[in-house]
Design a protein around this ligand. Structure first.
Ligand SMILES: C[S@@+](CC[C@H](N)C(=O)[O-])C[C@H]1O[C@@H](n2cnc3c(N)ncnc32)[C@H](O)[C@@H]1O
Length: 255
């Protein structure tokens, strides 16, 4: 991968790890729900980083992806042992996120407690769904949990030249960004969460995240690993991705 792409991936992972680490340090019981989790390995990262913290971690995705992930975990002795040790506190559940009528029962069966402080990850997922479906999903999450934060990362600004290339590139890989034409700005992003009952909502571009919020020491470290000088391109590219944090109830996380 090109250095400019790798730095963007680092920034995205850093954003989630930074916010999740703050969440893990909060006192009390904790739940994390990763919506459209794909092959993401956050559960294992957090278990290794915070071995003593009690955590319920639930992932949701299509059957094909869940089966693939389970195969990968079962073939790796370390991951398989961690999964086994976690028992019911780590669940990977098959579901179609568009069918919100089933979510309440599913969350109940997974023993996700509406009163326990909860962090919801929607990392590059909602943008693949039609706005009516992503809004229904966000509405459900906002109403099910009493103390909840949601961190969303995805593409924005599809209408300029770079935005159009971004949409075409994803299409060429066989995927459609079904939400992007309508939820296309930071303001629209914020509205989706505010309308769902999240009382504190803030969205920023990933350029702003990298420049203002990323850990300074870590930034200096990774900038020496892969060097590039296409700063105009970097600034443009990072302005096409956003990070939105919504919360309600008693969750002291901020952007
Ligand atoms: C681009 S991947 C992101 C995966 C992961 N969140 C990450 O950041 O590495 C999008 C994921 O959302 C899942 N997804 C999209 N629409 C879904 C739906 N309607 N129901 C369940 N999963 C869905 C896909 O299967 C895929 O695993």
């Amino acid at each position: 991968m090109l250095p400019i792409i790798n730095r963007g991936t680092w920034s995205r992972v850093h954003a989630y790890q930074k916010m999740l680490s703050e969440f893990m340090k909060l006192p009390g019981e904790k739940q994390i729900v990763s919506v459209g989790s794909g092959l993401d390995t956050t559960f294992f990262y957090l278990k290794l980083k915070f071995p003593k913290v009690g955590l319920k971690f639930v992932e949701l995705d299509f059957e094909e992806i869940v089966t693939k992930k389970m195969n990968i975990i079962s073939k790796n002795a370390t991951l398989a042992k961690m999964k086994e040790d976690a028992g019911d506190s780590y669940l990977v559940i098959i579901c179609d996120l568009r069918d919100t009528s089933k979510l309440s029962e599913m969350f109940g069966k997974a023993k996700l407690d509406p009163k326990v402080q909860t962090f919801i990850m929607t990392e590059c997922v909602l943008v693949y769904m039609e706005p009516k479906h992503s809004r229904a999903l966000v509405n459900f999450c906002g109403s099910y949990f009493e103390n909840v934060a949601i961190l969303n990362y995805e593409m924005i600004n599809p209408h300029d030249a770079l935005g159009k290339v971004m949409v075409e590139n994803v299409k060429a890989r066989g995927c459609k960004l079904l939400g992007l034409q309508e939820i296309d700005t930071i303001e629209e992003e914020e509205k989706r969460f505010t309308n769902a009952g999240f009382t504190k909502v803030k969205g920023i571009t990933m350029l702003e995240f990298y420049n203002k919020y990323a850990d300074e020491g870590e930034r200096q470290r990774i900038e020496k690993i892969e060097i590039f000088d296409e700063f105009e391109e970097w600034n443009m590219l990072q302005s096409h991705y956003c990070l939105v944090l919504g919360s309600k109830g008693n969750i002291p996380l901020t952007l």
